[in-house]
Design a protein around this ligand. Structure first.
Ligand SMILES: C[S@@+](CC[C@H](N)C(=O)[O-])C[C@H]1O[C@@H](n2cnc3c(N)ncnc32)[C@H](O)[C@@H]1O
Length: 220
């Protein structure tokens, strides 16, 4: 069994290879949580959105088309290259910037500098509980007071929970992809010191993946 560092590096290479072999694999249409998040961000008067784990950008490009200024990050440069190409093709490249960033590292942004943060199926990647708490701490640091964080994660009700290779800490690897399946206690723990606005169960894809969409805001 790989240790934490090895697993992270294997996963980064796996995502690089996956995006290279299957460009645009998630399609061009925005995900359902992204359309929800855009409505929430707009209602809150948000203008700048940070997307973590943006992949090839189906959602980042949607936010840009909706008029937000978007900073999109991922640890796969291959995904982000596809995102930049699509941004140019869709004529929204003026509103989208990209940065290769591993969410286990501090965010290269100033305190209270963004209005909204979005992360679809990122926090449930091969991250330990401690790394997930640290990442959410960083997200809180860069959000302005009143700012909103919308994230989604696969949970312990997912068909793949418990299947494949166990890496400990509720992380299971199946078909080369390692997933940290969330229980409700983890969601509640990550909302400590925030206002937890909404936890919504939904499904995506053919498996289907079973996810929670969580919306939480930084108190003013
Ligand atoms: C399930 S995909 C979702 C991609 C995108 N959010 C979407 O829904 O189209 C997870 C993404 O997280 C990225 N990722 C996984 N672990 C990461 C990490 N430690 N730091 C940054 N990105 C990571 C992968 O490269 C991949 O793009």
């Amino acid at each position: 069994m790989a240790d934490e560092q090895e697993l992270a590096e294997i996963q980064r290479r796996h995502w690089q290879d996956t995006y290279t072999a299957h460009p645009g694999m998630y399609g061009e249409r925005p995900s359902a949580p992204a359309t929800w998040a855009a409505d929430v961000f707009r209602a809150a008067g948000a203008r700048d959105v940070l997307e973590l784990g943006a992949g090839h950008g189906r959602d980042a490009l949607y936010f840009a088309r909706e008029g937000f200024t978007v900073q999109a990050t991922d640890f796969s440069g291959a995904g982000l290259e596809q995102l930049r190409e699509a941004a140019r093709a869709q004529d929204v490249d003026g509103r989208v910037s990209t940065a290769v960033h591993d969410v286990r590292d501090p965010l290269p942004l100033a305190d209270a500098s963004v209005d909204g943060v979005f992360a679809h199926m990122l926090l449930c990647m091969a991250l330990s509980t401690k790394e997930i708490h640290a990442a959410v701490g960083e997200i809180r640091r860069v959000l302005r007071p009143g700012g909103t964080f919308v994230y989604t994660v696969r949970h312990t009700g997912d068909a793949h929970y418990g299947a494949g290779t166990a890496h400990g800490d509720d992380i299971y690897e199946h078909g080369g992809f390692a997933v940290h399946f969330f229980d409700r206690a983890l969601v509640d723990g990550l909302a400590h010191g925030w206002t937890l606005n909404d936890v919504h169960a939904f499904e995506e894809g053919d498996l289907p993946r079973r996810l929670w969409r969580v919306t939480q805001t930084v108190p003013r």
